[in-house]
Ligand binder design. Structure first.
Ligand SMILES: [Fe+2]
Length: 187
């Protein structure tokens, strides 16, 4: 058992980081933020698109877990789901994984503000949530960050990962990635 486990409101059993990844992913089955796919399929499709794009391990894991804030294991009603993702991922898999996942709402707001036509490509649910998230905005604090280009890549996977029946990453592959990142993060 890894000693870097951090309890979350007492709702997680004391398990390793990769087991936690499986637990939060499994908890997303039947969680519907979008109309077309549940959050489990959305997560696995996002990661598969990242792999197909040649993304590195950190970007693949961030793509898989960017919406983990919607998990009933983690949602607390007091923080936005992107903030929950960042706060949960960074201590386990490194600051970059947490930052990339935590930037996916900022990336949407930025692209709506700066890329003509982008807003018309969003799903109805994503358009509806945009207003609650503050609307279109080019936040320079994000946009000047060295990891920002990868945050925009993640956003593209996120937007595309809403196709019923589309392939998703195999859990074994994702677990391997999570374990490598946990080791690299010194966990
Ligand atoms: Fe998403």
């Amino acid at each position: 058992m890894n000693d870097w486990y951090r309890p979350i409101s007492g709702r997680f059993p004391r398990v390793s980081g990769s087991d936690q990844v499986v637990a939060v992913l499994e908890s997303l089955r039947g969680v519907w933020d979008e109309d077309a796919v549940d959050e489990f399929d959305h997560a696995c499709q996002s990661a598969a698109l990242a792999v197909a794009d040649g993304a590195d391990d950190g970007l693949v894991l961030a793509a898989a877990l960017h919406d983990v804030g919607h998990s009933p294991l983690l949602a607390d009603g007091s923080r936005a789901h992107d903030v929950i993702a960042r706060d949960w991922l960074a201590p386990r898999f490194g600051a970059r994984v947490g930052w990339l996942a935590g930037a996916h709402v900022a990336a949407k707001r930025y692209l709506v503000a700066t890329r003509p036509g982008y807003g018309q490509t969003l799903s109805a649910v994503s358009v509806a949530s945009l207003a609650c998230q503050g609307g279109a905005a080019a936040d320079v604090e994000f946009a000047r960050h060295p990891w920002w280009p990868d945050a925009l890549r993640l956003r593209a996977y996120d937007d595309a990962a809403k196709q019923p029946g589309a392939p998703g990453i195999e859990l074994d592959a994702l677990i391997g990635i999570a374990e490598r990142l946990a080791v690299a993060a010194g966990r």
